[in-house]
Design a protein around this ligand. Structure first.
Ligand SMILES: NC(=O)c1ccc[n+]([C@@H]2O[C@H](COP(=O)([O-])OP(=O)(O)OC[C@H]3O[C@@H](n4cnc5c(N)ncnc54)[C@H](OP(=O)(O)O)[C@@H]3O)[C@@H](O)[C@H]2O)c1
Length: 227
């Protein structure tokens, strides 16, 4: 099994790398600039590829030869939160620039990656998991605020749905995932669950993606999230 993970040098991305290596998969771990923890993994099945998902130049230079001819699972995990203090993304403070920057990484990043790796996914009728967030669900939004992050993750859920429909004829399954509230750098380690629990849950959803409608938004615990 060949697995590609973006934003793989820390947090949930690194968790996915370790999870799939433990299963015996070949893993292509993509990192933005620093490999960090990836250097500490001793495995012949690990391949590290530098890939900043916003960099159009990087994107065109990402040569297919850096990846396998077939990809079974692509995990679009790379993401940013933006200013963490509520006041940094409030109605009064949020700027168009901030929203565009978050959309660029969190939504256009996965789109670019899929555009680049589509042939290898088609070759094996692979699966695409786009890591969104419950904060991208309008239905779940009862507290307002956080304009940039919410918009970027809602945007990702929507492009995932289109991808699911467009790639269905190629037998590629696409799902949006919510990892839960996980103890990583992004949450300043304040989450409710650890990386291992979140990753194992999301991997289980990916395994069982055929039980869900194309493009559905699923929590790490298997529950469908209205969006
Ligand atoms: N943690 C949670 O509770 C939670 C909840 C809901 C959704 N999520 C989502 O889950 C995903 C992973 O989150 P996390 O908690 O593991 O976050 P994290 O610890 O902050 O890690 C984010 C990862 O994304 C990478 N990244 C950021 N911008 C990138 C770019 N332009 N190109 C390539 N890689 C880039 C980072 O690379 P660098 O090290 O180079 O910065 C890092 O590897 C994100 O999409 C996040 O929005 C997380």
């Amino acid at each position: 099994m060949n697995v590609v993970v973006t934003g793989a040098n820390r947090g949930l991305g690194l968790g996915f790398v370790k999870y799939y290596l433990a299963l015996g998969a070949n893993v292509w771990a993509c990192y933005r600039s620093e490999k960090n923890n990836l250097d500490m993994i001793d495995s012949d099945n690990l391949n590290c590829v530098r890939w900043d998902v916003v960099d159009e130049k990087d994107n065109s230079f990402i040569s297919e030869s850096k990846f396998p001819e077939t990809i079974d699972i692509l995990i679009n995990n790379a993401g940013i939160y933006g200013p963490k203090k509520e006041s940094g993304q409030s109605l009064d403070s949020v700027t168009a620039r901030l929203i565009l920057d978050l959309v660029d990484v969190n939504c256009l990043g996965p789109l670019r990656v899929v555009q680049r790796l589509k042939p290898m996914l088609i070759a094996t009728s692979g699966k695409i998991a786009n890591i969104s967030s419950k904060m991208g669900s309008s239905e779940d939004n009862t507290s307002g605020g956080c304009y940039a992050y919410r918009a970027s993750k809602a945007c990702l859920i929507n492009i995932s749905k289109s991808m699911a429909i467009d790639l269905a004829p190629n037998n590629i399954r696409v799902v949006s995932l919510h990892p839960g509230w996980v103890r990583t750098d992004m949450t300043d380690y304040n989450g409710l669950i650890d990386i291992e629990t979140s990753v194992a849950g999301m991997a289980n959803v990916i395994d069982n993606v055929d039980n869900y409608s194309p493009g559905e938004f699923i929590s790490f615990d298997g529950k469908v999230i209205p969006y």
